[in-house]
Ligand binder design. Structure first.
Ligand code: HEM
Ligand SMILES: [Cu+2]
Length: 620
């Protein structure tokens, strides 16, 4: 199969190609579509929350529906939007940045995507099958165990399926980055995005098993009558909080470290300078990841752990501000004296720095254990974590969308529309969330359906909703930009930003084997090294030779579908015997596909040297 054959396909063939693909670039696009869809859904939910809280004593939506929307907004944004969108760029970019032809396990990579998608769909089916989870994205026991609808069954099983996918993806990236770097790409020459992808993957490896265990215990409590988290039966509901946050706190870094990586790439490219303090940046990343695991109980200052435990967790939390501060200064020093171009990605990077710094400072405030008794479960905390996850992660994702669009789709997003998106979203963001700090200090509790008139909360909430509407307009402009570019945009230069790293050395569109000849890496920012000290092109590290490629496969889709059906069966087992049919059918599909995968030889195929020589694209 040559690239030319892939391009001229009808709709059916393209669809089949994507359903069976094991190519990291296409899986990246699938993650972008899936994560993008859930981002819009989570955004819609956020708009409903804000519209309900626009006016005092509002009756726009009912209390139960509010609880479901609020829970699903958080759950969707974290697990089904931010995580997969990070994976979208890790998939699309990391193999290119390290000079590899794919990830280490392409089949597992596809499986990870379909598990995420089917888990997310399962979770959202709850809307149509008796009600979504309604106890907050943290699913605190015993409420989540007692909640009478099937909502938390969907939560436990949907997130379990999605989580399997994430864990597989993480392991895949660790192996890929450790094993598959091009000749000369030493660890200390890896681009920062690859570094942060590696560290985030290590965090996934250690954090997600805690979630897996927690969700299993919850599943047993809810579906099979166990009592792990039910105090009057001898269980302990605090154990859920520990398991959840041992996963949940590192999760923040799993999301934000790759965003830091994105900003490092964007800032170096558009300042035309190498990253200031590269090795300090790497070290700070590792340090943040390490501390990320030591601080989970700062979410639990008010549960009664006692002053000693509270103090230890408070101090460990504050320590994270040090490596984070190092990073902020290194970004500023990279820009200092640089030849700055204020493109759309660079605007997001510039906007990120003060925004994230505010989030970091309020983080130190809530880390003061005694003061947290005031902040806890108020809008101060809502403001704090949105400054971190929107100001860090979402800003990073939108920057990455504009920055890497040419690599992924061969076209460049419209800069004028990009700037409109930025200013509307940026101003809207600060209007929405800055004022929430003060609402929180004035006592407005988090997760409440209504506030009453006459408590001086009206103005703040009204402004906050206006800000959210501005963000929505910004997002719609981004969508319009994407559609417009896809329909009528012109093919872009393969290296439109004058890039420094390997992904910009590839032709447009990137051939499905990526590099005809693996490139020789001669320093940090390898393409820049060749631009300034060589002849502008990568030097090949090997002669043209046959390339071994994996075959497409429909089995990842089928395995995920099997788990999805079995999951539905487990949820409805107590209501109807159809549940048992679902369990059996789903498990047969799942294990049947696994058996096919195990017994059928799948040796892939070769692209022959002669064909490669004809095509002409390559690293020479
Ligand atoms: C960009 C527009 C967004 C708006 C207007 C928005 C608004 C809100 C609001 C009003 C709440 C409810 C607070 C409460 O009643 O306690 C909330 C909760 C939450 N949001 Fe957002 N949000 C946005 C984006 C995001 C993003 C991008 C993420 C994560 C990637 C996120 C994660 C969360 C989480 C985890 C919760 C907590 C839910 C819970 O308490 O169970 N939000 N958001
Ligand atoms: Cu935390």
């Amino acid at each position: 199969m040559s690239t030319a054959a892939v391009e001229k396909q009808g709709f059916g063939a393209t669809l089949w190609d994507y359903l069976t693909t094991v190519d990291h670039k296409k899986i990246g696009i699938l993650y972008l579509l899936g994560g993008g869809f859930f981002f819009l859904l989570g955004g819609l939910e956020a708009m409903l929350i804000r519209l309900q809280l626009m006016l005092p004593d509002n009756e726009l939506i009912g209390a139960q529906f509010y609880n479901e929307i609020m829970t699903m907004h958080g759950t969707t944004m974290i697990f089904l939007a931010a995580m997969p969108l990070i994976f979208a760029f890790m998939n699309a970019i990391v193999p290119l940045q390290i000079g590899a032809r794919d990830v280490a396990f392409p089949f597992v990579n596809a499986l990870g995507f379909w598990l995420f998608l089917f888990g997310g769909l399962l979770l959202n089916l709850s809307w149509f099958m008796g009600g979504a989870p309604d106890g907050g994205w943290t699913a605190y026991a015993p409420f989540s165990i007692w909640s009478p609808t099937h909502g938390f069954d969907f939560y436990a099983i949907g997130l379990q399926i999605t989580g399997f996918g994430t864990l597989m993806g993480g392991i895949n990236f660790i192996v890929t980055i450790v094993n598959m770097r091009a000749p000369g790409m030493t660890y200390m020459r890896m681009p920062l995005f690859t570094w942060t992808a590696l560290i985030a993957s290590v965090l996934i490896l250690f954090a997600f098993p805690a979630l897996t265990v927690g969700l299993f215990l919850m599943t047993f409590d809810r579906l099979f009558g166990a009592n792990f988290f039910v105090p009057e039966m001898g269980g302990n509901e605090i154990i859920w909080e520990h398991l959840f946050w041992i996963f949940g706190h590192p999760e923040v870094y799993i999301l934000v470290l790759p965003a830091f990586g994105i900003f490092s790439e964007v800032i170096t490219t558009f300042s035309k300078k190498r990253l200031f303090g590269y090795s300090a940046m790497v070290f700070a990343t590792v340090l943040i990841a390490f501390f990320g695991f030591m601080v989970w109980a700062h979410h639990m200052f008010t549960v009664g752990m006692g002053p000693i435990a509270n103090s230890i967790f408070a101090i460990a939390t504050m320590a994270i501000a040090v490596p984070t501060g190092i990073k902020i200064f290194n970004w500023l020093f990279t820009m200092w004296g640089g030849n700055i171009r204020l493109t759309t990605p660079m605007l997001w990077a510039a906007g990120f720095i003060p925004t994230f710094t505010i989030g970091g400072m309020t983080g130190v405030m809530v880390a003061v254990a005694a003061a947290d008794l005031q902040y806890h479960d108020t809008y101060f905390v809502v403001a704090h974590f949105h400054y971190v996850i929107v100001g860090g992660v979402v800003f990073g994702l939108i920057a990455a969308t504009h920055y890497w669009w040419p690599t992924m789709f061969g076209k460049i997003l419209n800069e004028k529309l990009g700037k409109w998106t930025f200013w509307l979203f940026f101003i809207g963001f600060h209007l929405t969330f800055f004022i929430q700090h003060f609402l929180g200090l004035m006592g407005m509790p988090r997760r409440y359906w209504k506030f009453l008139p006459g408590q001086e909360l009206e103005v703040g909430n009204f402004i906050s909703t206006i800000g959210a509407l501005l963000m929505a307009v910004g997002t719609i402009i981004l969508l319009y930009n994407i559609v417009k570019t896809t329909v009528s945009g012109e093919k872009s230069d393969p290296d439109p930003w004058d890039g420094r790293t390997l992904e910009w050395s590839l032709p447009n569109p990137t051939p499905h084997y990526n590099f005809k000849q693996l490139p020789l890496v001669r320093g940090l920012d390898p393409l820049w090294v060749e631009k300034t000290q060589g002849n502008g092109k990568m030097i090949p590290a090997e002669p043209v030779n046959d390339i071994h490629m994996p075959n497409n496969s429909f089995l990842p889709f089928m395995m995920s579908l099997g788990l999805f059906i079995a999951g539905l069966g487990f949820i409805f087992r107590t209501d109807s015997t159809m549940g048992y049919v679902g369990i059996v059918a789903g498990l047969v599909i799942f294990f049947g596909s696994m058996i096919i995968r195990s017994v059928k030889d799948d040796l892939g195929y070769h692209i022959h040297k002669e064909d490669l020589e004809e095509e002409g694209a390559g690293a020479e």
